[in-house]
Design a protein around this ligand. Structure first.
Ligand code: NAP
Length: 554
């Protein structure tokens, strides 16, 4: 970057992304009296909940827990309508927050940050952005030329863990005559599936939510499944105002209790510590049945060792397999839907009528685990055995280049021109998931190495934003100009994350937690299991004068 940086507009902080992390960060920076600018690719706030407009899109964390807690008045005034919030309601909530705290004025929409480089000469970040160009695969950089270049003391990346959509590189994709979309980049105007032959590729959380809804209107739906998934009924329902009032009467206590849970959620359910192996199978099945009726992640709380012990995991998995066989009337289809991995090793999916959907006459299941998709033609999709599936619409529910994709698609360069891609060539290396060695004054909200996607994202976001805010206040009070994680601290932190993960069954399957869904991506377990010890560690680091960081005053 050769611009004369003296002439540039300068902000105390630039924030990338106006999802839940970005808008709370902006609120926090304002409260600290700092000037800030937020850049956002979409044309409104909401982040992942702006883009994920696919049919059936709904959060798998309960509404009363999937919201901010920083302002008790906000928490009391917003009324949720359902147990699990649907995408439009979450988007309205994000818009409400942005309006309530007058945040819109500092957010520049339809703008994509293309490059952020630390200028060794001035000690500031130089941030380039361009007009965003909508495209199904937003991993690709936009074609627009740089339109804006600003300088900032702090660069705060609030880019989201699941925002860089993964569209597989299938030959012929551009020749398809029908409509193509990705669930994470779903068209605002929606898609009318009536009278159409639809193909859905992918059976993760997004596919499993979309499939039953699409099946209701499509003439025919073909599901292309590479790996079967465990799904537990969500048991969504309208929220009883009395129940909501009761929860809100003790809201602060509930939110605090949640923070003491491993996943920072579900404090209203019992999370048993006992082993499923200490009880008779009939008793265990009775407990699982009760939790199956409650719905949601309460299922995983039945016993403490499901996520850790293979034998214990089998008992829980067998229960769900029995439910699939009970629900799906065609035994051959049921067997194709039975997962072979550990339950919970890929993110457990909450569903509404997913397995029952395969009993419909207009739904077919195609196993592409071995008979892979060979090509897409103008008429549809062709599998390796030569079978042609004629389609009018193809929905990619193929997930994300998770946790690192959104950051790496920006050209981020730290001290001495070190690129983030180089720094992370062997997998993401952060200290606390908040900071990267070589990248002074850059913070990553819910970055790799923090609990993030293994916990309630909103709780994780608030904890990170509060920590970053406190850190900046500390630096200003002490006259420190730069903060940077040390190489040793990041090294030790990566080892710690891997060690904690190795006590669980998470690393045993090809999940996006490991980057295994993206061809060529280095396989490293990225999120850290366990919110409470993590938050405690962050507090300890701060209390010890930001141990593991170098603080520089000039
Ligand atoms: P995902 O869990 O990564 O699932 C992607 C699906 O596409 C998998 O079935 C995957 O198969 C398949 N796939 C990927 N590449 C493929 C290829 N080249 N050919 C064929 N199939 C391919 O993605 P997601 O469903 O979008 O969910 C991602 C995460 O977002 C979730 O785990 C969850 O954390 C979050 N999410 C949450 C909600 C909610 O709150 N309810 C809703 C949606 C998403 P393999 O399994 O074989 O890789």
């Amino acid at each position: 970057m050769t611009a004369d940086t003296q002439d540039l507009v300068h902000y105390d902080a630039v924030v990338i992304g106006a999802g839940f992390a970005g808008i709370y960060m902006l609120y926090k920076l304002r409260r600290l009296g700092l000037s800030a600018k937020v850049y956002e690719t979409g044309d409104d706030v909401g982040g992942t909940w702006y883009w994920n407009r696919y049919p059936g899109a709904r959060c798998d964390v309960e509404s009363l827990e999937y919201c901010y807690s920083f302002d008790p008045e906000l928490a009391q005034e917003w009324e949720w309508t359902e147990r699990y919030p649907a995408q439009p309601e979450i988007l309205r909530y994000a818009q409400h927050v942005a309006e309530r705290y007058d945040l819109y004025q500092d957010i520049q929409f339809n703008t994509k940050v293309t490059r952020a480089a630390f200028d060794d000469r001035t000690g500031r970040w130089l941030v380039s952005s361009a007009a965003a160009i909508d495209h199904i695969d937003h991993n690709h950089a936009p074609a627009g030329a740089t339109t804006d270049l600003v300088a900032a003391d702090y660069l705060i990346c609030a880019v989201g863990c699941l925002s860089s959509s993964n569209v597989p590189d299938i030959s012929g994709i551009d020749t398809f005559a029908g409509e193509v979309c990705h669930t994470g980049r779903y068209p605002k105007e929606g898609i009318d599936f009536a009278g159409k032959r639809v193909g859905v590729i992918g059976t993760g959380s997004s596919g499993i939510q979309a499939i039953p809804v699409i099946a209701e209107t499509a003439e025919h739906l073909t599901v292309f499944q590479r790996t079967p998934q465990y799904a537990i009924p969500a048991r969504n329902h309208p929220l009883d105002p009395k129940e909501q009032a009761q929860v809100k009467a003790e809201y602060r206590r509930l939110r605090e209790k949640n923070k003491a849970q491993q996943g920072a959620l579900g404090a209203r359910f019992d999370w048993n510590e006992g082993s499923v192996l200490d009880v008779e199978a009939t008793e265990a099945f009775k407990e699982f049945d009760a939790r199956w009726e409650i719905g949601g992640f309460a299922f995983l709380g039945a016993y403490g060792d499901i996520a850790r012990n293979p034998e214990a995991n089998h008992v829980a998995a067998d229960f769900v397999k029995a439910k699939i066989r009970e629900t799906v009337t065609d035994p051959e289809v049921a067997e194709r839907l039975i997962p072979t991995t550990y339950i919970g090793c890929k993110r457990l999916v909450l569903d509404t009528d997913y397995f029952a959907t395969y009993n419909r006459d207009n739904v077919a299941l195609v196993d592409i685990s071995e008979n892979t998709i060979a090509e897409i033609t103008s008429r549809g999709l062709c599998t390796a055995d030569g079978t042609e599936h004629d389609l009018d619409v193809i929905v990619f529910a193929t997930g994300y280049d998770a946790m690192t994709g959104s950051l790496l698609r920006i050209d981020v360069c730290g001290r001495g021109g070190l690129s983030l891609a180089e720094q992370w060539h062997a997998g993401p290396r952060t200290y606390l998931g908040l900071s990267v060695p070589g990248f002074p004054n850059m913070f990553t909200i819910t970055g790799p190495g923090s609990p993030s996607v293994l916990a309630n994202m909103i709780v994780c976001i608030e904890q990170h934003v509060d920590w970053i805010g406190d850190c900046i206040s500390y630096m200003r009070a002490k006259g420190h100009r730069h903060i940077e994680a040390s190489e040793e601290a990041a090294e030790a932190w990566v080892d710690h994350v891997n060690l904690v993960a190795s006590y669980t069954l998470y690393p045993t399957c090809n999940s996006w937690y490991l980057g295994a869904n993206i061809p060529g991506k280095t396989r490293v377990f990225m999120p850290l299991p366990g919110f409470p010890p993590y938050a405690e560690k962050c507090d300890q680091v701060a209390a010890a004068g930001y141990e593991g960081f170098q603080l520089i005053s000039s």
